[in-house]
Design a protein around this ligand. Structure first.
Ligand SMILES: O=c1[nH]c(=O)c2[nH]c(=O)[nH]c2[nH]1
Length: 319
């Protein structure tokens, strides 16, 4: 969100600018052992963009109804759509930088911009070829799985617009581990009704956010340091698979440590988790499964952020 100017909140902009750009530059990332993802063709590079601007020059539009400096939000939408055609890079973050720095160049009374893009996920379908199956270069399907978004705040600098904050977000990853998770040893008192569990079907909803130490690595997919959301997701998968977690608190901490270990270019990884563990109706037995149903509200949640200092403490090395 944009910082207040002289202590005053003041911004305006456009939400839900749906931008379906075809044939952006393909993204290539270094392989990691937890993931089969090494890049994507970016045949459909689609985003839902939110764009907000501020600047002292807009004060009179609020206080005196003076529209002389107001760039209509309809024009902002057109600016975003038309300039998206010129993006030559491969990352969401780079697109956001292009749009906001061009907007500042065009309208010099704008002093800061906050821009967020939710990637609209399209996956290439698999089609037969002489060697079996291959990814179609023509047909993609809209995916309703987890999604990706990125946000930048840009400010007019001495020479050119500067990125003053950024965040990358994986939203709504929904994972179930059917066996191998426990939750026991918690406070027992007159309010406790939850039974201790030594093997529960742990179902979690996860949001994972990260920042880079040098934002340039997020903006430029060609620098070889871009962290793909698919790889972060796959690290969460493999950590969940491998660890016998005593709680969601411990699980998200361990995922965070693994992500920071794998990607030295990241500064922080933060989590918000939601506990959707199924309610047991019939206990599972050897050779015969159990029966579960949807949990009832209210739902528990956890939040935690892991920094490089935490990683150093966890591994006993210097930051
Ligand atoms: O992993 C968990 N952490 C909690 O803090 C908690 N509280 C609860 O009722 N179930 C769980 N599970």
């Amino acid at each position: 969100m944009l910082e207040p100017i002289n202590g005053r909140t003041m911004f305006y902009g456009k939400h839900d600018v749906l931008t379906y750009r075809t044939y952006a530059k393909p993204l290539l990332v270094s392989p990691i052992s937890e993931s089969s993802f090494t890049g994507c063709d970016n045949i459909i590079f689609a985003h839902n963009i939110s764009f907000a601007v501020t600047g002292e020059a807009f004060l009179t539009s609020f206080s005196q109804g003076d529209n002389s400096m107001v760039v209509a939000t309809d024009s902002m939408k057109n600016f975003i759509l038309r300039n998206s055609a010129d993006y030559t890079g491969s990352t969401t973050e780079g697109l956001l930088q292009l749009l906001s720095s061009r907007f500042m160049d065009r309208y010099n009374h704008v002093t800061s911009i906050s821009i967020t893009a939710h990637r609209i996920p399209f996956e290439q379908v698999m089609v037969p070829c002489s060697e079996g199956l291959k990814q179609s270069q023509l047909v993609l399907r809209h995916s309703n799985n987890e999604s990706y978004s990125a946000s930048l705040t840009m400010q007019r600098g001495e020479d050119e617009p500067e990125v003053i904050s950024h965040e990358c977000n994986l939203k709504d990853l929904q994972l179930i581990k059917v066996s191998g998770s426990s939750f026991y040893g918690f406070v027992q008192d007159e309010y406790t009704t939850l039974p201790e569990s030594y093997d529960r079907p742990l179902y979690i909803f996860l949001n994972i956010d990260w920042t880079y130490s040098d934002v340039q690595h997020a903006l430029d997919g060609d620098a070889g340091q871009y962290v793909a959301v698919e790889q972060v997701r796959d690290i969460a998968h493999s950590a969940f698979h491998e660890l016998s977690s005593p709680s969601i608190q411990s699980l998200i901490y361990q995922i965070g440590i693994r992500v920071l270990t794998r990607f030295p270019q990241l500064a922080t990884v933060s989590f918000e988790s939601n506990n959707r563990t199924w309610e047991t109706i019939v206990e599972p037995t050897e050779g015969k499964g159990g029966v579960f149903t949807e949990p009832r509200p209210p739902y528990g949640f956890q939040g935690f952020s892991v920094s490089r200092a935490d990683l150093a403490e966890a591994t006993g090395t210097l930051v």
